[in-house]
Design a protein around this ligand. Structure first.
Ligand SMILES: Cc1cc2nc3c(=O)[nH]c(=O)nc-3n(C[C@H](O)[C@H](O)[C@H](O)COP(=O)(O)OP(=O)(O)OC[C@H]3O[C@@H](n4cnc5c(N)ncnc54)[C@H](O)[C@@H]3O)c2cc1C
Ligand code: FES
Ligand code: FES
Length: 452
């Protein structure tokens, strides 16, 4: 069934008729004739289809058109004014940043968003134009012929625009048409599929005619509240929203995990609730939430209930969610000052990789002792797990009492990973041991401990 939508593309209104789950990429290319965004992988991996939604880069192959209505869409065609190239495009020409052009439209819009990002939320800007920041911003854009050096040079050579020209929209937009939570639950009970950032759902595929409930339009699932005791995160919070919120400074293990979820185009769309509900044993935020002693507020036909996060994952890609139930909020105890956080993901490459092993550790120094030790790991079992025997070995120990290598051996002893196409069980358990040893060593060497 199709609906009428009015999209705002490159400052102009574009009325279209489409199925709600039709890909924004197809609407742009086939219905609106804007062929700048390209289809490469169709799975969010290459960035060739990147466009901006309210100034943030997204993979248009993963955005259903229903979630693009009411947002400002910028494609590469919208960068140049009439025949005047954007200074970024000029720099790509003069510095040799463009050759075949398959990747160039996606890189240009992502780089434009990077250069225009003036938000700081009281924290240091992450995307000022140095090489590391540019590399991080472009981690989701692949180029296979020019090479990255001329691309980096082109971006560095682009003059900054004054903030008023950046035309950035606010980060958290009011939902287009707020959907009451109770109505959403009724629709779910009647068989609708919940959709959030769609970074998993669009890859798995969803029946075009299937009824959906857009979780991004439910007010109860959005926003982050930072209390003295608890940090309360809406399940529809994207990883980018979280990273740019002051709460990220208090939950460093989760902040580091958020930074590792795909590239920038994935982080602007992927929600924390979606990461939990997908329940992949390799999900990056899951060990961090376990180590942070999070709890989940769920809401279903029988009303709300709260469960410890440790009870959420019940098997391979299985959760404690009951039919018609949603993850509404993620509540994390506010860690006291001096808490040690550590997160490490090991994959085949630095960005856009599925973890082979992912570990989070949270602990506190008390005098010369290690206390409140929480270590959680992913990709080493059918679900993310706490390493409770390793925690027990370390709890209350001083620097002479718990050797990092012993902690690593304990971690190895309490998991039974399985072989799969990505790694052998021996590799996973060896890496887990190395990472846990490194984390414990990092704790003893950290300022947290030495000043604790
Ligand atoms: C290119 C690419 C790279 C990726 N890299 C990583 C990575 O590095 N690390 C990682 O962990 N993941 C990665 N992912 C997976 C994905 O981005 C995350 O799992 C993401 O957090 C899913 O969130 P979403 O909002 O997009 O969920 P959606 O795709 O919208 O939904 C996923 C599932 O969760 C359900 N759901 C969503 N929200 C809720 C809720 N609040 N309550 C109940 N059910 C809900 C949906 O019905 C659906 O079944 C990657 C994906 C892609 C395409
Ligand atoms: S086509 Fe590759 S990310 Fe969309
Ligand atoms: S210029 Fe050819 S893939 Fe990037």
């Amino acid at each position: 069934m199709t609906y009428a939508y009015t999209l705002k593309v490159n400052g102009r209104h574009a009325p279209i008729q489409a199925d709600p789950m039709r890909r924004l990429l197809d609407v742009l290319r086939e219905d609106l004739g804007l062929t700048g965004a390209k289809e490469g992988c169709g799975e969010g991996e290459c960035g060739a289809c990147a466009v901006l939604l309210d100034g943030e880069p997204v993979c248009s192959c993963l955005v259903p058109v229903t979630q693009a209505e009411g947002r400002a869409i910028t494609t590469v065609e919208g960068l140049a004014e009439d025949k005047d190239l954007d200074p970024l495009q000029e720099a790509f020409v003069t510095e040799g940043g463009v050759q075949c052009g398959a990747c160039t439209p996606g890189i240009l819009v992502t780089a434009r968003a990077f250069l225009d990002n003036t938000r700081d939320h009281g924290r240091p800007l992450r995307r000022d134009p140095d090489r590391d920041h540019i590399r991080e911003a472009l981690a989701g854009n692949l180029c296979r012929c020019t090479g990255y050096e001329p691309i980096l040079r082109s971006i560095i050579a682009t003059p900054a625009r004054p903030p008023e020209e950046c035309e950035r929209a606010a980060v958290v937009l009011p939902p287009v048409q707020p959907l009451p939570l109770a109505d959403a639950i009724t629709r779910l009970v009647n068989g609708a599929t919940p959709i959030a950032g769609c970074t998993d759902l669009m890859v798995q595929g969803i029946d075009p005619g299937a009824p959906i409930v857009d979780l991004l339009t439910i007010p109860e699932l959005s926003g982050i509240e930072c209390g003295d005791d608890v940090i309360d995160i809406g399940a529809a919070t994207t990883f980018t929203e979280f990273r740019e919120h002051p709460a990220a400074g208090a939950l460093l293990a989760l902040d580091d995990a958020a930074a590792m979820v795909g590239g920038w185009q994935i982080q602007t769309r992927a929600t924390i609730g979606g990461n939990i509900a997908t329940a992949s044993p390799a999900g990056d935020s899951l060990p961090a939430l376990l180590a942070l002693d999070a709890e989940l507020v769920l809401h279903g036909p029988d009303g709300p209930r709260t469960i410890p996060y440790a009870e959420m994952h019940t098997g391979y890609r299985q959760t404690a969610l009951r039919p018609g139930e949603l993850i509404v909020r993620i509540r994390v105890p506010h860690p006291p000052p001096g808490t040690f956080h550590c997160f490490r993901k090991v994959g085949t490459r630095a960005a856009q990789a599925i973890s082979k092993v992912v570990v989070a550790m949270v602990a506190r120094p008390e005098g010369r002792r290690l206390t409140h030790v929480r270590i959680a790991a992913g990709s080493v079992a059918d679900r993310p797990i706490r390493l409770r025997a390793t925690e027990a070995l370390l709890e209350g120990q001083g620097p002479g009492g718990a050797h990092p290598e012993a902690a690593g051996a304990a971690a190895r002893a309490e998991v039974s990973p399985i072989d799969d196409v990505r790694s052998t069980r021996e590799y996973r358990s060896w890496v887990l041991g190395r990472v846990v040893s490194w984390m414990v060593r990092s704790f003893w060497m950290s300022r947290t401990f030495r000043s604790g």
